[in-house]
Structure formats: C-alpha cells, structure tokens
Design a protein around this ligand. Structure first.
Ligand code: HEC
Ligand code: HEC
Length: 381
C-alpha cells in the first residue's frame, strides 16, 4: 500500500495546487488530485455553480432552523473541517445529540452516511435528519413551521436574495423555493467540500518533503505492524468509498473495542453502532471508520467524543481497545467479543506512536480550512 501510494507521486503536476480537472456535467468541472476518482452525483441533482452557491448560503443560514437559532454550520464549522469541537452536538433548542457532529471532508465519497447507518446512502436523504429529525431536535423544522421557514426565504431581499438565487439554480421551475430544492442545493454545496492539498498530497506530487518522523509514521500507518491502513487506507483515509465509476461498493463497519459493558460486548445505548438498526449481535459496537484527512482539527475523537487527543487515540490502538475500570460503562473493551481482528495489542513504542501522530498531522489541508468558496457568505458581506 505504501509503495502503491508513494508511486503516485510520479503523476503529480507542476506548481498548481490541484492537478487535474474533469467534468461530469456540461457546466461543471471538478479540480481534483490525479488519484481522486470523479465524484458520484445523482442524476436528478446535477451540479451547477449557481446551485452550489445557493447551497452555501443555505448551509450558513440560521433562518433555515425552526427557531432561527442554528445553521448547519453551527455544528459543521469550516475551521474545524466542518465538525464543531464538541464531544456531542447541541441542537437549535438545546438538546444534546448522543453522538458527535461529523466532519464533512470529502463527504461526497462516503458510501454510507453518519456514524453507523448502512442504509443511508445519499446526502439528500441524510439531510432529512438534521432538518426534520425530532430525536434529537437539530434544526427543528416541523409540520408547524415548515412553511414559515420557506416564507422567510421567499421574503428575503437582503444580500442572499434567495428568490433570484433559487431561480438561477433551478431555472426550469416557476416556484423554485421548496424543501426539495433546499436539500438539493445544500447537497450540491457539500459535494464540493473536497480536501486534497495537504502536505501529504504535496509530498505525493513531489512538491514538498516530509520530516523523518513523518515518514516513519507513514511507514507504520501503511504497514502490517500498526494495521491502520486496513480501515483507513484509501486515498481518503477510510474504507468506504463510492465514486462515479464504482462497480462494487464495500461498506464495512468495525468494532474497535471502545466498550465492553459487564463483559457482554455491549456498547452504551443509544450508541451501539449498526446494532441500533439491525439488533444483530454481530453488529454490536460497529461504526464507520472516519476519513482521517484533517484529523488534527477534528477532536474530540470517536462517535461519542470520548477520546480527547490524537496521542490518546494512539495509546488506545496500541492497547488493542479501552479498559473502563469503573462506572456505568465499566468493562474491558480490549476483550470485546465483537471487536475487529485488526484491532489488537500492538508493540508500538512511545516514539512510534508519536511518529504516527506526526504523520496524521501531514493530512491537514490549510487551503480546505480557509477556502473562501466554502466560507460563510454572510460574514463576507
Ligand atoms: C445539532 C448539530 C447539527 C446540526 C445543526 C447539523 N448537523 Fe450534521 N451532523 C451532526 C451529527 C451529530 C452527525 C452524526 C449523526 C449520527 O451519526 O447520528 C452529523 C452528520 C452529518 C452528515 C454525515 C457526514 C458523514 O460523514 O457521513 C452530514 C452530511 C451532515 N451532518 C450534514 C448536515 C447538514 C446539511 C445540516 C443542515 C441542514 C446539518 N448537518 C446540521 C450534527 C449536526
Ligand atoms: C478495524 C478497522 C480499524 C483499524 C485497524 C483502525 N481503525 Fe481507526 N477507526 C476505525 C473506526 C470504526 C473508527 C470510529 C470508531 C468510533 O467512532 O467508535 C476509527 C476512528 C479513528 C480515529 C478517530 C477519528 C475521528 O474523527 O473521530 C482515528 C484518529 C483513528 N481511527 C486512527 C487510527 C490509527 C492511527 C490506526 C492504526 C493504529 C487505526 N485507526 C486503525 C476503524 C479502524
């Protein structure tokens, strides 16, 4: 794997940041590194510059929540790779979500969405949860205020001027301001959140060097001793990828040994992973491996934010899981019967753990975190 990825450096271009451009729609093109496949876009929601820009306004607009208090961006902040820095997210009415807000780095390539839901496969469908979900309430849009929220957009004559923006994005429609189109526009915006210009990518392109510690960490990461690459080894540093040319899409979920309540293998409710949907014992504690791109800024870690630092994540993997000696979740996760075989005691010295952390920090893409095209359009005005 290391050799395969390192070999890609030969394809790197010259001085430009993103080395290849491909188009999938008449008036849209992607700027991607050569080793990123073309993103998959649903046939009924083609990309356009107007739609993406409308989606950006909506993503950052608090008026889109029932009580006008929270935007998508309230839980998905650009400077934090579109997560929020909290262990568990807090919704527009103050309700605490059982899980942490996910980063949205390269979300277009995720074969399934959210921490542990094999059946959620499009951004359009996923968005119904933050918009309309009631357990917990996130944006708090419901039958009583659905029309009120749309009317706010219809009445808008300020900088965002939604009536014109919706007409430009959906030119064939007489009444384009609808929930269906809100969802399409935000999805199109999210598909543009592509990160491929970290120091690691620049190194692959032959445009920068990495330190000895970073190179040692990379070798460990992609090697059989630390085994990280089995679940985080794709170009996106995860193991669930879908793209325009996908034929077979694999959607693994893994139990990494975070819990083992009372020695039964159980994880705390309602965070039992895929088990919450299937109630099958073998799905206990199984979650989707997150992309590790920009992981330096996405703390705290894991679905419930219970690991604070990258150093602690490495200690956790080196131990082959987490032992919780006391309290309601007491139990030795290292011995969880449903844990993946790929997570086990690793003989990793402190130096080796530190090297892997150094490597992970090369995945930070400062352009992505500050790109004006992903930024809050209201702040700019
Ligand atoms: C209250 C905070 C909050 C708000 C507001 C919010 N989200 Fe999220 N988001 C989360 C949490 C928490 C998750 C993980 C959900 C889970 O696993 O159950 C998530 C997951 C996601 C994912 C899945 C990412 C992945 O890698 O699979 C997407 C996409 C997303 N949110 C988009 C949005 C959009 C679009 C909006 C606005 C319409 C929004 N979110 C509003 C907290 C929030
Ligand atoms: C068996 C598959 C598997 C292996 C092997 C694996 N991981 Fe993970 N990783 C996961 C899963 C699944 C999660 C999410 C777990 C959760 O949230 O409960 C995760 C989460 C993480 C996170 C937290 C990311 C975030 O945004 O919260 C980091 C960092 C990480 N892994 C790094 C590593 C490193 C470094 C290694 C090698 C030492 C490694 N992983 C090995 C599957 C794996």
């Amino acid at each position: 794997m290391l050799a395969a990825l390192a070999g890609l450096s030969a394809c790197g271009g010259g001085g430009t940041d993103l080395v290849e451009t491909r188009s999938s729609a008449a008036n849209w093109s992607w700027s991607l590194p050569s080793y990123f496949p073309e993103p998959k876009v649903p046939a009924d929601n083609p990309m356009s510059a107007e739609k993406v820009e409308l989606g950006r306004f909506l993503f950052y607009d608090r008026r889109l929540s029932g009580n006008g208090q929270q935007a998508c961006a309230g839980c998905h902040r650009q400077d934090l790779a579109f997560t929020d820095g909290l262990a568990q997210a807090i919704g527009s009415t103050g309700e605490v979500h059982p899980r942490g807000a996910q980063h949205l780095v390269n979300v277009v390539y995720n074969a399934t969405l959210t921490w542990a839901n094999p059946s959620l496969v499009t951004l359009e469908r996923q968005m119904e949860t933050p918009l309309f979900g009631e357990r917990p309430i996130e944006m708090g849009v419901n039958d009583a205020n659905k029309e009120v929220v749309l009317q706010r957009l219809r009445d808008d004559t300020s900088a965002s001027s939604y009536p014109q923006r919706f007409s430009a994005a959906f030119p064939a429609e007489a009444q384009p301001i609808s929930w269906g189109n809100v969802i399409k526009a935000i999805s199109a915006f999210q598909r543009t959140l592509i990160s491929g210009n970290s120091r690691y990518d620049q190194w692959l392109a032959g445009r920068t060097t990495l330190s000895d510690a970073e190179l040692r960490g990379m070798k460990l990461f992609f090697g059989e001793k630390a085994e990280c690459f089995h679940c985080h080894g794709s170009f996106n540093f995860n193991d669930q990828i879908v793209h325009a040319g996908s034929r077979i899409v694999e959607t693994p979920f893994s139990n990494t040994g975070l819990y083992n309540i009372g020695g039964t293998g159980a994880f705390p409710e309602p965070n039992r992973g895929v088990f919450e949907l299937t109630a099958r014992a073998q799905d206990m504690g199984k979650f989707r491996a997150p992309s590790l791109r920009n992981v330096e800024v996405t703390a705290p870690y894991m679905h419930d934010g219970t690991i604070t630092t990258l150093e602690d994540v490495l200690r956790f993997y080196a131990a082959g899981g987490r032992n919780i000696p006391a309290g309601p979740n007491a139990g030795d996760g290292r011995a969880n019967p449903y844990k993946s075989d790929l997570v086990s005691l690793i003989d990793l010295s402190d130096q080796e753990q530190a090297d892997i952390v150094s490597f992970l920090k090369t995945l930070t893409d400062h352009d992505f975190l500050t790109n004006p095209r992903h930024a809050d359009p209201f702040a700019a005005n």
